[in-house]
Design a protein around this ligand. Structure first.
Ligand code: NAD
Length: 353
């Protein structure tokens, strides 16, 4: 096309992808010129943290195993004390978005590099977006200092991720791709990435959930998650992410489950206003209706069907719609309170969109 025009803000970062790639960790640390590593995990993944410790030998100086969902500031303070007491010069986080989030908060405060080893499909490791929760309020922001310098994607590390986390975590990644396709700053490269991300994730997730030890499906899902994180990092998100942020933050609902339940309805909301994005989703999923394709995928991975199944009450719909429509943001279909109430009512009951 002669008059094609776009701006693509590509981000830096080194990716090492493949089964067994964790073995390269010591080399990655040395490439950064670092010598004193703090290993980060959640309490549940302490064993994987110990495995990392053994792998990197005398580069290890301490571990902090208290990474917590939504990155509470008091946890960051505790980890920073450990980092300073041990004169740490690099953070290695092995885990999901919560662990990567802790690494980012530490990088923001101490300006030391992060090596991220993701073990879920959340995609945070590819983005310069940080989040911090203080007194129950989650703040987020963008800062290039929090972008991991190096990411090791080793599908072997995801084999232990239980099906009930794998499925929603993967659909959370698909949501990044869906909104990247109709983002106001989308470009041909991010759209390629997003479409391929949907293809890789939607074809692998049903297998990952039904046969968790299928290595090929695990590898495809992690590849899709990498692409989804890349898309999320490059362009702005719209109604879907805004709604999920509201429901997670103000109603304390589980992050990945909320994304999974809302996605078919947010897609339906935008389906007439974003035909090209819908066409790409359909092509990637082999379906002729994007919203229904996503709804059926949720059934295939045994996802919770309605918001009411994860603790959201119908009486809160109006309040949620108020919060989600308070500040204007870009979305293909204009965002109205009535429209959001209908979306949330359908999502509450899990009806076919
Ligand atoms: P998570 O990191 O909270 O992990 C969920 C649970 O699964 C934890 O107990 C964890 O220890 C466990 N787990 C992770 N990998 C495992 C494995 N391989 N085997 C066994 N157990 C495993 O969940 P998540 O969905 O990865 O991340 C959610 C968080 O990430 C949210 O706070 C969200 O806001 C954030 N997030 C941030 C960005 C960003 O760009 N900043 C992007 C996506 C998500």
């Amino acid at each position: 096309m002669f008059n094609r025009k776009f701006i693509y803000n590509a981000l830096p970062g080194r990716i090492n992808f493949g089964a067994g790639s964790l073995a390269s960790l010591a080399e990655e640390i040395d490439r950064l010129g670092c010598r004193r590593v703090l290993v980060l995990t959640t309490p549940e993944q302490k064993d994987q943290g110990d495995m990392v410790k053994d792998l990197i030998g005398d580069r290890w100086v301490a571990s902090f195993n208290q990474a917590t969902m939504h990155v509470p500031t008091d946890v960051v303070d505790q980890a920073l004390v450990v980092a300073e007491a041990n004169n740490v010069d690099c953070f290695v986080g092995i885990g999901g978005g919560s662990t990567t989030g802790l690494g980012k908060a530490l990088a923001l405060r101490s300006e030391r590099p992060i090596i991220a080893i993701p073990t879920t499909y959340a995609g945070s490791e590819m983005t310069p977006i940080w989040g911090l929760t203080e007194n129950g309020i989650k703040k987020t922001g963008r800062d290039p200092r929090v972008l991991p310098t190096s990411v090791i994607y080793d599908p072997d590390l995801t084999m232990t991720l239980p099906s009930f986390i794998s499925g929603p975590s993967g659909v959370n990644a698909i949501a990044h791709c869906v909104e990247a396709l109709y983002a106001p700053d989308a470009n041909p490269i991010t759209s390629l990435i997003a479409e391929e991300g949907i293809r890789a994730l939607s074809s692998s997730l049903p297998v990952v959930v039904s046969t968790p030890d299928d290595k090929e499906a695990r590898s495809d899902a992690l590849y899709g998650a990498y692409l989804a994180g890349t898309a999320l990092a490059a362009v702005g998100m719209s109604l879907h992410h805004k709604l999920c942020h509201t429901l997670g933050g103000s109603f304390n609902l589980p992050h990945a489950d909320v994304h999974t339940i809302i996605l078919p309805y947010a897609t339906r909301y935008n389906s007439e206003a974003a035909p090209e994005a819908m066409q790409r989703i359909c092509r990637a999923m082999g379906t002729d209706d994007a919203a229904l394709g996503l709804y059926d995928l949720n059934r295939c991975i045994n996802a919770k069907s309605g918001l009411k199944d994860i603790g959201f009450e119908e009486k809160d719909i109006e309040k949620a719609a108020d919060i989600a429509t308070q500040n204007p943001y870009a979305n293909p279909e204009p965002v109205t309170k009535e429209g959001v109430i209908k979306l949330l009512t359908d999502a509450c009951h899990g009806v076919r969109p």
